[in-house]
Ligand binder design. Structure first.
Ligand code: G3H
Ligand code: 13P
Ligand code: ZN
Length: 328
């Protein structure tokens, strides 16, 4: 199996009422932590690479690391790990083409910030090239708030997906999956305190609920079609607390409640994007490590527990959010 497209994965996920986790990768320890979790739980997997990750690590390094993970799974666990290698938030035809030519099995073209007709035009161009090369395409309608490839989209500039647009968009572009905006947002600061209410007992911030009415209407108009949710980290309080305790500064970070993502995964959502939670797990772990071992300076001393923290986080997501354990 090895590197595959998401076509079959999404069909099974749609019918089975679960979702596939799409985790962002930037280096070897992150690739290893995520794939170890997927191997242990026999979960299908999407590893995604942003433009920033590609600039940081170089395409060829990330590609070879992912190929190594597939080979290692087979050799050490006897497991044929199915992995989709996906470009996250491709912002141009050229970037998508370069990833397709370089062996990715899936790309996202994100022109959701452009007017409808321009979004259709560029998405269609990417779809034609991708399909000619056996690669699938994710597109986006609606705008999420938060930081995307170093650009910050304010809450005021974000907008929910309009269900009345989705059929025409999918038919005219030929895209294979569609990311929609129903209230998730990128980064560890998804909501301001003003957008939230406060739990009267715990005093914790409670974010506004996801717009399940939009998701339902989109899936009614696109039966059987895979929907994608970006910005789906839950920003677990224990990691925020740990970062703050060990010298970091992440006050009042709020994410998407896991139960709501689980509900979405039971519906038409087949791909759930998680990056910030992995960053939190890694950062919290390394901060704690240095606090307890200020004399350490060998990267293996802090990257070993860092990789394990990522593995445990991904295992938690596979079981509690995605429901895709045992599905590979
Ligand atoms: O949606 C964005 C992802 O979290 C990737 O972030 O552009 O910093 O690599 P990045
Ligand atoms: P988070 O920032 O919520 O992890 O979202 C990641 C994402 O959508 C990557 O495309
Ligand atoms: Zn995203």
């Amino acid at each position: 199996m090895g590197i595959v497209t998401s076509k079959e994965m999404f069909k099974k996920a749609y019918d089975g009422g679960y979702a596939i986790g799409a985790f962002n990768v930037n280096n070897m320890e992150i690739v290893q932590g995520i794939t170890e979790a997927a191997i242990e739980l026999h979960a299908p997997l999407i590893l995604q690479v942003s433009k920033g990750a590609r600039n940081y690590a170089k395409h060829v390094y990330l590609m070879k690391l992912i190929e190594a993970a597939v080979q290692d799974a087979e050799q050490t666990a006897g497991f044929d790990l199915p992995i989709v290698v996906h470009l996250d938030h491709g912002d141009s035809f050229e970037l998508c083409k370069s990833c397709i030519d370089g062996g990715f099995s899936s790309v996202m073209i994100d022109k959701s910030g452009l007017p409808f007709e321009e979004n259709i035009k560029i998405t269609k161009q990417v779809v034609e090239y991708a399909h000619d090369h056996g690669v699938v395409v994710e597109a986006e309608l609606g705008t999420l708030a938060g930081v995307e490839d170093e650009v910050n989209v304010s809450a005021e500039d974000s907008s929910y997906t309009r269900p009345e647009d989705v059929q025409e968009f999918v038919e005219r572009t030929g895209c294979d999956s569609l990311a929609i905006a129903i209230g998730t947002s990128h980064g560890a600061y998804k909501f301001t305190a003003k957008q939230c209410t406060r739990d009267p007992i715990t005093g914790k911030l409670v974010p506004p609920p996801l717009r399940f009415d939009i998701l339902e209407e989109v899936s009614r108009r696109l039966p059987g079609f895979p929907i994608v949710l970006h910005g789906s980290s839950s920003v677990p309080q224990e990691f925020v607390d740990k970062i703050n305790k060990y010298g970091g500064k992440r006050p009042d970070a709020v994410g998407i409640p896991e139960e709501q993502l689980r509900e979405a995964a039971k519906m038409a959502v087949c791909k759930i994007n998680i990056d910030s939670d992995l960053r939190l797990a890694l950062t919290a772990c390394i901060r704690e490590h240095f606090w307890e071992h200020p004399d350490h300076f060998d990267p293996r001393q802090y990257l070993t527990p860092g990789r394990a923290a990522i593995r445990e986080m991904v295992k938690h997501k596979i079981v509690n959010v995605l429901g895709c354990d045992g599905k590979a």
